[in-house]
Design a protein around this ligand. Structure first.
Ligand SMILES: *Cc1c(COP(=O)(O)O)cnc(C)c1O
Length: 398
């Protein structure tokens, strides 16, 4: 019988018997691995024999993390990279050639948007942005030249969802590969491969690491896809390999992922409800609210609503700035998925790689504020928001 999610996140692929009884796996810092004989070295290099030879290609500490993320995502194989952007670029450089077409969602993390529009486009790859929150748009845009359909769900920063199953059906009918950035949901909440996606990638900097103390990326897919991304995109084209110490920290993060996602979600539901009922707050986008527009998609592919909330202040961005500056416990910072609650303004921070025209065309309004709910006591998060919003009311009244 397959073990459950939390058990696999803690035990999979490791037996203390193999390491003097050490409860936790060792950290292999070695950059290179000695061969027993010259012939054995040659065979390992040629891929005719299993073995490690150089840590830009593979390493036992990364290997264990790769096995665990593959299992948690329900994939055959995984690959650990230096950052989320390392995972995204290594994957796309491997799969695309000049003349190929790529369909991407309208809303993307800022640096992903920059890589697609200013990076890939420079090398003869046609990038088309389509609002995939309505899969009908994909049917109109897709052609036999479309190699990849790429999206985030929920999308950073506006929380729009993409129906993975429907989009995958349309993409596969045209022979395209479906790639999902699952950073926001994590495999505890959404397992895109179960819904038809082919490749899933992560900024492990966020929830998977979970403690704001590392930068890392992961990608999972079939053994064949991952081997290609490892030997082309990672080894030769980007060199974006994860450091062994970070792999150890991400392994540690995974052990509490299930617990943390439960807590992030439980607190975020309270905060989203509170924000929605506050007179100074405009639209609140959170999959756990009854008012959320894509409830049916959330129901279908999310086991919990997660820890990310996007909202508009009625007074626009000036009101958003006043709120951010009035906070005392909640930190003004980009990134997300940490123990600390973080607040940021996408238009001037994470999504400043978009021009103002691009932002408005892509559904990222200038007044949007993004909140990553941490693991603090929910009352303290609400108290801090409450006092910051009250300060604003006093200032307005004066
Ligand atoms: C942060 C983020 C990335 C980039 O990851 P890094 O680890 O910062 O390189 C990619 N996608 C999403 C959705 C992100 O939030």
């Amino acid at each position: 019988m397959t073990q459950g999610f939390a058990t696999r996140a803690i035990h999979l692929g490791y037996d203390p018997k193999d390491n003097e009884g050490a409860l936790t796996p060792p950290l292999h810092l070695a950059s290179t691995f000695a061969f027993e004989t010259a012939e054995a070295g040659g065979e390992i290099f040629a891929g005719a024999r299993e073995g490690y030879f150089y840590s830009r290609i593979s390493n036992p500490t990364l290997d264990l993390l790769e096995q665990r993320i593959a299992s948690l995502e329900g994939a055959e194989a995984g690959l650990a990279l230096a950052s989320g952007m390392g995972a995204i670029t290594a994957t796309l450089w491997t799969l695309l050639s000049p003349g190929d077409e790529l369909i991407v969602d309208k809303t993307l993390y800022g640096c992903t948007f920059a890589f697609m529009n200013h990076g890939l486009a420079k090398f003869g790859i046609k990038v088309t942005h389509v609002d995939l929150s309505d899969p009908g748009n994909l049917t109109k845009a897709i052609s036999s030249k479309t190699r990849i359909v790429y999206f985030e769900t929920p999308a950073n920063p506006n929380m729009r969802l993409v129906d993975i199953e429907t989009v995958a059906r349309v993409a596969h009918a045209s022979g395209a590969t479906v790639i999902v950035d699952n950073t926001y949901a994590t495999p505890y909440i959404t397992r895109p491969i179960d819904h038809g996606a082919d490749i899933v990638l992560h900024s492990a900097t966020k929830y998977l690491g979970g403690h704001g103390d590392l930068v890392a990326g992961l990608v999972v897919g079939t053994a064949e896809q991952i081997s290609e991304i490892r030997l082309v995109g990672m080894k030769d084209m980007t060199g974006a390999v994860m450091a062994p110490f970070n792999a150890l920290l991400v392994q540690r993060g995974l052990k509490t992922l299930a617990l943390r996602m439960e807590r992030h979600s439980a607190t975020a539901i309270q905060v989203a409800n509170w924000l929605e009922s506050h007179p100074d707050v405009g639209v609140v986008s959170y999959p756990g609210l009854p008012s959320f527009g894509q409830h049916d998609v959330a129901q279908k592919q999310m086991s919990l609503p997660g820890g990310m909330i996007a909202f508009e202040m009625k007074g626009g961005i000036e009101a958003g700035r006043a709120l951010m500056n009035g906070l005392t416990m909640i930190q003004r910072a980009v990134s997300l998925g940490d123990a600390e609650t973080l607040i940021q303004h996408p238009a001037s921070m994470t999504h400043s790689t978009y021009s103002p025209e691009e932002r408005s065309a892509h559904g990222i309004s200038d007044g949007l504020v993004r909140l990553s709910i941490g693991l603090e006591d929910p009352e303290d998060i609400l108290d801090d928001l409450d006092q910051a919003l009250s300060l604003r009311r006093v200032a307005k009244a004066v």
